[in-house]
Design a protein around this ligand. Sequence first.
Ligand SMILES: [Zn+2]
Length: 472
Amino acid sequence: MLQELELTIHGAGQTVTGSMFQIQTKTTSFLFDCGLFQGNPAEQAHRNRTFSFDPSTIDYVILSHAHLDHCGRLPLLVRAGFRGPIYANHATADLCDLLLRDVAESEEEDATRARSRQRTIKSDHIFDPEPLFSVRDAEQTIQQFRRVKYNSKKALPGNVTLCFRDAGHILGSSIVETWVEERGKVVHIVDTGDIGRKNTPLIRDPDYPSAATYLLCESTYANRIHEPLSKTIKRFEQVIIKANRHRSHILVPAFAIGRTQALIYALNCLVENSRVPIIPVAIDSPLAIRATEIFKRHKECFDEETWNLIKSGDAPLDFKGLQYIESHEDSDRLSQQNGPILIVAGSGMMNGGRILRHLYRRIEDQKTHLMIIGFQAPGTLGHRIIQGARKVTLYGRKRRVRARIEQLYGFSAHADKPELKSFLTSLRENTPQHVFCIHGSPSACRGLTRLVKKHLRCLATAPEIGQRFVLA
Ligand SMILES: [Zn+2]
């Protein structure tokens, strides 16, 4: 039997993806998040399928938000024997229902296609076309969700109390506070999930906790200062005006959940205030369309500014010129449409999805604007493009990159260096014993340890995957 309180890092150690952190006490064992390792899918498949612990020994999972790098391995955990509850905010539960089914469906479709290709090609090379997880795995996972409101304390098994606070990152995103009681002593463990930014469109600002004994803190942009959102929107406005003048295409690879809705919100403001000409805007992603419906349903997560828009009679996620593209046929027709047009399609890192169809047709055109608005993980097509690749392979063919690459990181939903500093200083009165700087590249994690040492003067570590720590 375990005598101590222990933390084990199972993912997002000196890397951005695969968030998963295990807490073990004498009486319970639970996980903060259960996320996918992302990047090159073939390279990550084995890593995503293998757990270094027995999933049936985990009592429950506490989920910060509905991004795949935080929730995407849940169906694999369930398939490997995990039967406990998954605690999440209401909006997170609804978004995961959508997202996990969607991933399972496309994994099953890909596997079926791969099998039929294998039958037609005689090859000694046998590869495994198994989907990462099935629709059945996803459905079983969804049944294990338990919904918890923001700011309400919930008692969990093993003398643990849970409270979700607004993280301001995407709809339903939470900073997770737990209080773990061991031998009469209470240890306050906080996992930031992904920390959002003040003034993120639609949702409330992050609600920083004022105390923690141990803190797991994300480091994604600990070394970067984002362009202010107002400046990003000004540049966005200029791109639209230019595209309208040259009758060209604006392609925006975007995550279906969060970034797409922030973009729709920004476009709504530009159109309603006549700051840009009305050009067709197509959301070419069934997943983003369903996610936008969920955003509209969870108005309880909206901030004051969005509520004021609604009260004034404006629908913040709707404007003239906006169209939603459901079928592949319509998406194909869309890719042949002449400009000016703005097309938002997944995937956000360009390693799959409908964006490839539009890139295939438009990336060699100098008039095309390719607008990058989110993090691009190493190993993805998006990463190669921002690194300056002159040629890329799309559908097996070489294409020259002639499109104008516009990087607009002001749309980022992650806190940057000054915002992380302001988050850390909110803990000054009750400085943690130890801060674990996770969810970042090695240099970003080191950057956060420097921030912690400077502003909190406490122990800070950038742990590696597999490391274990005694907490009390
Ligand atoms: Zn996230």
